[in-house]
Design a protein around this ligand. Structure first.
Ligand code: ATP
Length: 243
């Protein structure tokens, strides 16, 4: 099998500009391989959120090619987008929980969308809420939860359906270091089950907790490759890398 065939995501010379501004991402080329754990890092404003928006298909690039799950997503008909999104779990920087639904119902959403029967929901949803330390807040609406609690509901919702790829934008930005480590362990557990994980963060303490991770670094809209993440076959991160 060639590298191209086994890739889960492939960006080829992608550029992004908002409106008529200069490009915020330039010449972005990379390949993500199934089952790997990637960190996307870089200074504030470097373009991490913009790159993730391209990845979870919320934003079209201004130029370049993108393939996901073996399909050209630039030329793909728009009505195929929802099917693609169901194969991804996304933790948004601003959480995007559904205001009028409880924590339980927010977490249950991806399972309901994929047709899981009501009687089969409660077990996995409650287990997941317990894992993120929110079993006692299952009935709470997002507005009554703290920022860190909302973030944990958002993470539980993103991982519950075991997506093929998990894309998380600063998923530990609002929690204490102990909870941050727990959440990264949750991502690792999902990764061991086969999910490709992409986490944007500037927290190097966190990156060091996942020694087998691969690092992509954005610097003013262009990518560099401190751990060989962008080469094939990808190399294991040398320990103590400060990208
Ligand atoms: N909707 C938008 N319209 C215009 N410019 C934007 C928009 N979103 C982001 N930008 C610009 O794109 C650049 C990259 O922003 P982005 O949010 O992708 O960076 P980031 O690395 O995620 O930053 P942070 O770590 O602070 O979240 C910045 O200069 C930002 O001002």
């Amino acid at each position: 099998m060639s590298a191209k065939e086994s890739a889960i995501v492939q960006f080829d010379n992608v550029g992004l500009r908002y409106g008529t501004e200069r490009e915020v991402l330039s010449n972005i080329s990379f390949t993500l391989f199934p089952g790997r754990f990637y960190f996307l890092t870089g200074a504030s404003g470097a373009g991490k959120t913009s790159l993730l928006k391209l990845l979870y298909l919320a934003q079209r690039p201004s130029r370049g090619g993108m393939r996901m799950f073996g399909t050209d997503v630039i030329t793909m008909p728009r009505d195929e987008l929802p099917g693609f999104r169901r194969r991804m779990g996304v933790v948004f920087q601003d959480f995007r929980l559904v205001d009028h639904l409880s924590a339980f119902d927010n977490v249950a959403l991806p399972l309901r969308v994929s047709g899981v029967r009501e009687r089969d929901l409660a077990g996995p949803v409650n287990d997941m809420l317990d894992w993120v330390g929110l079993g006692h807040r299952a009935d709470a609406r997002p507005a009554t939860l703290s920022g860190g609690e909302q973030q944990r509901v958002a993470i539980a919702r993103a991982v519950i359906a075991r997506p093929e790829i998990l894309v998380a934008d600063e998923p530990t930005g609002n929690v204490d270091p102990e909870m941050a480590l727990k959440l990264i362990r949750l991502f690792e557990a999902l990764n061991r089950l086969g999910t490709t994980v992409v986490v944007a963060t500037h927290d190097y303490q966190l990156i060091r907790k996942v020694p087998e991770s691969l690092i992509m670094r954005l610097d003013k809209g262009t990518l560099s490759d401190p751990t060989g993440a962008l080469r094939y076959p990808p190399k294991r991160a040398p320990s103590g890398v400060e990208a």
